[in-house]
Design a protein around this ligand. Structure first.
Ligand code: S3P
Length: 433
């Protein structure tokens, strides 16, 4: 069981997980729902919006741009200001820790005829922004950043022209930034990725009445578009469900049902890889709500074997790779992740963080430029590990702590609030013995 301890969290070994739970609404879908609602005509209702700090950062930025957002009985109501309807903010916009906020919102701000500045915390100010600056500048926006193209970004927007943008690396944030800018441009804006990344923007735009042409890794919108308010019901976040899925797989005697989880194939790389490693997973009541598939996922403890993650699956498992590394220590044989250099520029350098923490816990893990190799059948020992200020590292190592011998202390455990406030309590709830 886990015990509260300020910013340090103690995780004790657990026997097994049992029962059922729901996880908070999906973070990526929630960001998009808020942003599309704010540029729509009319009032959009968002049900089951993600409660974490990142989505609050998006809501706070939108409020500073004049968007009225308030809590209603069953969700959140967003009074849209229509395309190009934002007010010039009086102050700098603070995206906090959220890359999705800064990158997607830049696409909308690029079309507004005023100057705005958007920045974030220390981690966000280290992350690369050239990937959105380059296409937005080509569309006609004027944007200043520091010499290394990092935030704060000073954006002077205006009339945009449509472009075709080929991404060198699959990224839903970059794709969505350009598509959102494309809604404001005169004509057709198209995107092409090397592999398909999460497609929530493409699936949500039609709910607001906008036609999107999407074919695998290519998508395209025509502007200027007009968005009509709608209702968005957000499914459970598969990236949050992932921690419970892996914990249940690796703790003998576990059986868990996680209800109402988004199972969009652009997000379920972990499920596919765990399946190929021998995980006992099944899906019940698969249904489509608002264009997004969701299901109840049943997971039972499993004898896992190592795997080489196929490179084309990397975008659909990118946020779960630290957790996969933890699972891999309990599998038989080696697990190899390559083609995932993007992990180095997430909220922390996740390749370094994973290999360092697993090493401290006594596991054999090797750092590669673009991934890692994890040896299986490892006994982990409970020690102090660092979250590196990264929510997914904190939660992945809470799972490691459940299978370790002795107590694991997670320094900076509070970073879990970025995507999953209440995570440690939810974990306690399903620990059985
Ligand atoms: C996200 C896209 C992914 C992911 C991030 C959320 C999104 O990033 O890692 O946590 O909501 O669009 P990239 O677009 O950089 O791949």
């Amino acid at each position: 069981m886990c015990v509260a301890g300020g910013i340090m969290r103690r995780i004790r070994p657990a026997a097994r997980l049992r029962g059922e739970l729901t996880v908070p609404g999906d973070k990526s879908i929630s960001h998009r729902a808020l942003m599309l609602a704010s540029i729509a005509d009319g009032t959009t209702r968002i049900l089951n919006i993600a409660p974490g700090r990142d989505v609050r950062s998006t809501a706070n930025c939108l409020a500073r741009l004049g968007v009225s957002i308030h809590q209603t009985g069953s969700g959140v109501a967003v009074h849209g200001r229509g395309l190009c309807g934002f007010e010039q903010p009086a102050d700098c916009l603070d995206a906090g820790n959220s890359g999705t906020t800064v990158r997607l919102l830049s696409g909308i701000l690029a079309a507004h005829p005023f100057e705005s500045v958007i920045t974030g915390d220390e981690s966000l100010r280290r992350r690369p922004m050239a990937r959105v600056l380059e296409p937005l500048r080509r569309m006609g926006a004027s944007i200043d950043a520091d010499r290394e193209s990092r935030a704060p970004l000073r954006i002077r927007g205006g009339r945009l022209r449509p472009i075709h943008h080929a991404l060198p690396v699959a990224s839903a944030q970059v794709k969505s930034c350009v598509l959102l800018a494309g809604l404001h441009a005169d004509g057709e804006t198209s995107i092409e990725e090397p592999w398909v990344s999460r497609n929530h923007t493409e699936l949500m735009l039609p709910l607001f009445g906008v036609v999107v042409r999407a074919d695998g890794p290519s998508s395209c919108v025509s502007g200027p578009a007009r968005l009509r308010a709608t209702t968005i019901d957000v499914a459970g976040d598969p990236s949050s469900a992932a921690f419970f899925l892996v914990a249940a797989c690796v703790l003998p005697g576990s059986e868990l049902i996680i209800r109402d989880v988004c199972v969009n194939p652009t997000r379920t790389g972990l499920l596919r890889v765990l399946g190929s490693m021998g995980a006992r997973l099944s899906f019940e009541g698969v249904r489509i709500v608002g264009g997004e598939p969701r299901a109840d996922i049943v997971v039972r403890s499993s004898r896992l074997h190592g795997a080489a993650v196929p490179v084309d699956l990397i975008p659909s498992i990118i946020d779960e790779l630290p957790l996969l590394a933890v699972a891999a220590t309990q599998a038989e044989g080696e697990t190899v992740v390559r083609g995932a250099a993007e992990l180095r520029v997430k909220e922390a350098d996740r390749i370094h963080a994973v290999v360092r923490n697993l090493g401290l816990m006594g596991a054999h893990a090797t750092e590669l430029n673009d991934g890692f190799v994890i040896c299986g059948s490892q006994r982990l020992r409970g020690v102090v590990v660092d979250s590196f200020g990264d929510h997914r590292i904190a939660m992945a190592f809470a799972v490691a702590g459940l299978v370790a011998e002795g107590e694991t202390m997670i320094a900076g455990a509070g970073s879990a609030d970025v995507s999953y406030p209440g995570f440690y309590d939810a974990l306690d709830e399903v620990i059985d013995g």
